[in-house]
Structures are given as structure tokens and as C-alpha cells.
Design a protein around this ligand. Structure first.
Ligand code: PLP
Length: 479
């Protein structure tokens, strides 16, 4: 804020408008259930209401705040308790406030020296998380490994793949490019970001093998072995396997233990993507999702999905940080400083793709300290228990069938009248604005994904939505 300049916002105005913004947000959360969950606007509706040209003279901040009235119809309410689409982006009061301070400080934590607290808090919290979730200690900063916050799981997978590429070529690919014989493997149920990473990393889509899945949509490790052996016998080099714990379509869990043994045998980098599922390990009884992580070279999960932390915040661990740093490090003259060539600090710009880094650890600090471990466990347990109850209601309804196991909080179901009916039912619910769910296709069946995990979703919300789904389906049959 500025005390004298006419150009900038003065401290008093900043305070006054800042309080208004917080009031606006608090009011939004009070009433979030009243909005249609899925935005009902047509393409171009919002733009058509925006001025054609930027204002030449600045406007009062009150007016700018009022512009939210134009934008709100074009907002899909991810924080609504009736948001059950994709996976959640469950945020919370402390996360929003931590993020606000981070934005307010406006620091760029590219190196330790550009804000030591930014780097040290991040490393410290990620060490905490290893203990909180009983992850392998090799991921801790006092071992050979370490953790870093990436923006998204997609970036984490890309970084892991790049590390595997450099490891396999002894750093030569960064110098000379890929010679096209590296092969990456993942299951046909893995997230699309893996295919994207394979393209970006120059491995090439044709050098990506989609491993078959079993009847529960988990990777078939014997097929993985067959593919690897075939590629080796053809003179190719398997370098990377991505296993998924909690696939996007159905939260299927790949057999990481078996996959890990195969990776170890053939010297292949194993990345484990647990973008949604990871936080479940906060609770002892769900630590089965950590099985096999002792084999993982890298691991990722998203507090921005299911750990009350505002988007974006994705945790990425490596078992050997030298592989990561060797892959990502670059040190032009203008970034050199007293500590940049010393071993005493981490420069986190060498742990990911962008140079500049937001102070994301601050929102995580607010969340973990505000809720405490037990509060976070209660959050996870409540969703797990509510999902079981919802599943039992669906099972009791003879016109619906559940089509996959429910290891976590995603229920995949369909109407017995088949694909077209199920699709129409989903569209009708979403267009009503009462709830928002998305779909997938498994074995050519159109399936509704009901994802539980929003911060304020209670069993009453689930009951109301489920009753509405049943009532709508009956109405559609009678019509
Ligand atoms: N991996 C899995 C298993 C996912 O379900 C998702 C998104 O839902 C992603 C990766 C991509 O997440 P992000 O948006 O953080 O890149």
C-alpha cells in the first residue's frame, strides 16, 4: 500500500475494501447452496456483458467489486455442498486466509535467498506430512529425498517423467534430445495428464504403453511385465511406470507392491499418482493406500482436492533429490547468490518447471495448524462414512446398480434402463442446478460418478440429492 502516491490504493482504502471483500466472501459461503451448482450460462453470455475496451481512467474499487454480479452467473460452484463432479477442490477458511497473506506478501520463492521462510516452511511441512501420513522416511529432507509443492498433479507427473528420462540417459537427453527408444507405461485408467506428460517430455505417444486392467480397473501387473519384456527384446528402453492410487474414473487402486517389484527388477522409475486418494492416509485405517510406496521413486497427492487447501497445492516427493535437481537445475549468472552453489539450502526452482514460485506452503500451514491432525482425520472419516451410507441407499434402489468397488469416496452407478437413460438422467440433474455430477465410461457403460468430498457436504445434503435423483428418474420413466 502506498502512503503518498495518488496512483496506488492507500492504506485506509485497502483496509476498508479488504473488509468488504472478506464480507463478500463470507456472505458467498453462507449462501453458496442457493446457487445452481453448475453454471447455467451459454457460451459468450459473460463476455457479452463486459465492456469492449479497458477503462482509461481507473474505477472505484466498490464498482469493481460490483462487477462480481456480472460474473457470478458464470461461476460453477465448486464449493457448494452439492458439488459431486470430477474430484473435489475442497477449500476452507484458514486456507483462504493463508493464501491471502501469501498474495499480500507477494514474495517469489524461487531460491532460498529470495525468501528463506518460503523454502524452509515448505520443506518443514512436507517433512511433517511424511509423519502425519506414515509415508516412507526416504521422502524426508534429512534423507536422500525430499518434498516440494507443485501446482498440480499434472506437473508432478511431468517432472517425475523428466527425471526418469534423465536418469535413464545419464543426463544426455537434456543435452542432445531423446533418441526415441524410451518407453513409458501406465494403465488404460490412468489420468490423461500422463499421456500429456509423455508428449511434452518428448517420449512420444507411440512410446507409451497402456497396460490392461483387471475386472476392478486396477493395473494388471502381469501384462505390465509382458509389455516390458517385449520392449526390451525389441531393443527398446523401459524408463518410467506411473501407477495410480485412486483412478479418476472409478478410484481403482493399482497393485503398487507388485508393480514396484517389477520396476526394481528392470531398473525403471516408479511414479505413484495418488492425486485424490493420498489424504486418506491421514487415517490409520486407510493406510492401505500407501502399500508399495517403499518402491516408489516419486509420489504425488493433492491437498487441493481433499485436504481443505485452496487450489493449487500438489505435494511431490522424490526418494533421491539429486535425480530431481540434476534434471531441473539451471543456474544463469543473474540467479547466482551467496547460497546458490552451497549445499546448505534448497533452491526450490530446481525442484520443478517454473522459475517463479508462489508461497503455497503458507495456506497449508494455516490448514494443518487450524485443524490439527485430528481435525483433518475427522474430515476424511466423515466423508468415508457418509459415502458408505450413500452407497447403501443406492444399493437398496432396484432401478440402480453400482458398477465398481468404492474403496474411497467415489460411487460409480448407472440406471438399469441403460446408457441413454443414465445420460439423460445425469443431464437433467445437472441442468436443474440442484447438484452437479460427471460421468465416465467403463466397459462401454455410461456411468454416473458421484464424488463425495466437499468441505461442507453433510449426510443431509447427500440424502436430499439422492432422493432427487430417484424422484427425477421415476418422473422420466412416467413421462
Ligand atoms: N491424477 C489423477 C488420478 C486425477 O484424478 C487427477 C484429476 O482429477 C489428476 C491426476 C490431475 O490433477 P491436477 O488437476 O492436479 O493436475
Amino acid at each position: 500500500m502506498n502512503k503518498s502516491s495518488k496512483l496506488h490504493m492507500k492504506t485506509d482504502e485497502f483496509k476498508k475494501q479488504g473488509y468488504k471483500v472478506i464480507d463478500w466472501l463470507a456472505d458467498y459461503y453462507e449462501h453458496v447452496e442457493e446457487y445452481p451448482v453448475l453454471s447455467q450460462v451459454e457460451p459468450g453470455d459473460i463476455r457479452s456483458k463486459l465492456p469492449e475496451k479497458a477503462p482509461n481512467t481507473g474505477r472505484a474499487h466498490d464498482e469493481i467489486l460490483n462487477d462480481m454480479n456480472i460474473l457470478m452467473p458464470g461461476i460453477t460452484h465448486w464449493q457448494s455442498p452439492n458439488f459431486h463432479a470430477f474430484f473435489p477442490c475442497a477449500t476452507s477458511g484458514p486456507a483462504i486466509l493463508g493464501d491471502l497473506i501469501s498474495t499480500g506478501l507477494g514474495v517469489n520463492g524461487m531460491s532460498w535467498a529470495t525468501s528463506p521462510a518460503c523454502t524452509e516452511l515448505e520443506t518443514h511441512i512436507l517433512d511433517w506430512l511424511v509423519d502425519m501420513m506414515d509415508l516412507p522416511v526416504k521422502f524426508k529432507s534429512n534423507s536422500k529425498g525430499g518434498g516440494v509443492i507443485q501446482d498440480t498433479a499434472s506437473s508432478a507427473s511431468l517432472v517425475a517423467l523428466l527425471c526418469s528420462r534423465e536418469k535413464a540417459s545419464n543426463g544426455r537427453t537434456n543435452e542432445n534430445g531423446s533418441n526415441g527408444d524410451f518407453i513409458a507405461y501406465t494403465s488404460s485408467q490412468a489420468h490423461s495428464s500422463i499421456e500429456k506428460a509423455v508428449k511434452i517430455a518428448g517420449i512420444g505417444k507411440n512410446n507409451m504403453r497402456m497396460v490392461d486392467v483387471d475386472q476392478n480397473f486396477s493395473m494388471d501387473s502381469s501384462h505390465l511385465r509382458q509389455l516390458i519384456e517385449k520392449d526390451i527384446s525389441n531393443g527398446l528402453k523401459p524408463i518410467f511406470v506411473c501407477a495410480t492410487v485412486g483412478t479418476t474414473s472409478s478410484t481403482a487402486i493399482d497393485p503398487v507392491n507388485e508393480i514396484g517389484k517389477i520396476c526394481k527388477e528392470f531398473g525403471i522409475w516408479l511414479h505413484v499418482d495418488a492425486a485424490m486418494a493420498g489424504p486418506a492416509a491421514l487415517c490409520k485405517e486407510y493406510r492401505f493406500i500407501n502399500d508399495g510406496l517403499n518402491y516408489a521413486d516419486s509420489y504425488n497427492f493433492n491437498p487441493h482436492k481433499w485436504m481443505l487447501t485452496s487450489f493449487d497445492c500438489s505435494i511431490f516427493y522424490v526418494a533421491d533429490r539429486s535425480q530431481l535437481i540434476n534434471t531441473m537445475s539451471i543456474l544463469p549468472e543473474y540467479l547466482k547468490n551467496k547460497t546458490s552453489t552451497s549445499e546448505s539450502v534448497f533452491d526450490l526452482r530446481d525442484w520443478g518447471i517454473p522459475l517463479g514460485r508462489r508461497f503455497r506452503a503458507l495456506k497449508l500451514w494455516h490448514v494443518i495448524n487450524y485443524y490439527g491432525v485430528s481435525g483433518l482425520q475427522e474430515f476424511i472419516r466423515t466423508h468415508m462414512e457418509n459415502t458408505k451410507i450413500l452407497r447403501s441407499w443406492i444399493e437398496m434402489e432396484k432401478d440402480f446398480e453400482i458398477v465398481t468397488p468404492t474403496p474411497l469416496t467415489l460411487i460409480c452407478f448407472r440406471h438399469t434402463k441403460g446408457n441413454n437413460f443414465t445420460e439423460k438422467l445425469l443431464n437433467t440433474i445437472n441442468e436443474s442446478g440442484k447438484a452437479y455430477m460427471t460421468h465416465t465410461k467403463l466397459n462401454d457403460q455410461y456411468i454416473i460418478r458421484f464424488s463425495v468430498g466437499q468441505t461442507s457436504t453433510t449426510i443431509d445434503h447427500l440424502k436430499e440429492t439422492w432422493n432427487y435423483i430417484v424422484k427425477t428418474s421415476k418422473g422420466m420413466i412416467e413421462a
